[in-house]
Design a protein around this ligand. Structure first.
Ligand code: SF4
Ligand code: SF4
Length: 187
């Protein structure tokens, strides 16, 4: 039964020999390939090449030191609370006698970790920090790695580096382990 008279009967043309051999489709595909071959490439060879960063780019975190080389972070946890991705974890500790040159406050972060796979680089941790301790660098991003574990950034990779010489100039005492760790990191 025909409901409307809008139906159009199409003529089914028989395919030519060339069409049956897919020749027009092959040449059409090759022309698209050749056109893209000579076009300006949309991709770059990252990480060997990088694109210029935007002026408002928020990249890899750094835990800052004060002007005397002491760690600013007091492990208050506000950055972790502010983090929408729950990427920050830390363990607080009490500064011992003789460590005044290492940590600015009486409480400091014994461990401080950021999971860069969870981080969305929103910068809320930076805004929440009352000690101006955590910053997102405008010109660095977490480099590519093969293992997921390598995206957990601890203090060894987050704290702003300072040379052992600079520390001795400032009169800051390092334990032998800390000095050795610093030297191997800077080597
Ligand atoms: S930048 Fe945003 S997502 Fe990343 S650690 Fe800071 S608050 Fe969390
Ligand atoms: S980085 Fe700032 S907000 Fe986060 S624990 Fe340290 S002092 Fe507190």
């Amino acid at each position: 039964m025909q409901l409307t008279n809008r139906a159009k009967v199409l003529e089914k043309k028989p395919m030519t020999l060339a069409e049956r051999a897919y020749l027009p489709a092959i040449f059409q595909g090759l022309s698209i390939t050749m056109r893209h071959f000579f076009m300006k490439k949309a991709t770059i060879r990252y990480p060997e090449e990088t694109r210029p960063f935007s002026p408002i780019f928020r990249g890899l975190h750094v835990l800052k030191r004060d002007e005397q080389g002491r760690e600013r972070c007091t492990a208050c946890g506000l950055c972790a609370v502010a983090c929408p991705a729950e990427a920050i974890t830390m363990v607080a500790g009490e500064r011992k006698k003789g460590e005044e040159g290492l940590y600015r406050e009486e409480k400091y972060a014994v461990s401080y970790e950021i999971n860069m796979l969870r981080c969305i680089f929103c910068g809320l941790c930076e805004e929440a920090c009352p000690k101006a301790a955590v910053y997102l660098q405008p010109d660095k991003m977490a480099p590519p790695r093969y293992e997921r574990d390598e995206f957990i950034y601890g203090k060894d990779r987050l704290v702003e580096p300072v040379s052992p010489d600079a520390r001795s100039i400032r009169g800051i005492q390092l334990t032998p382990e800390q000095a050795e760790a610093l030297r191997s990191k800077l080597a």
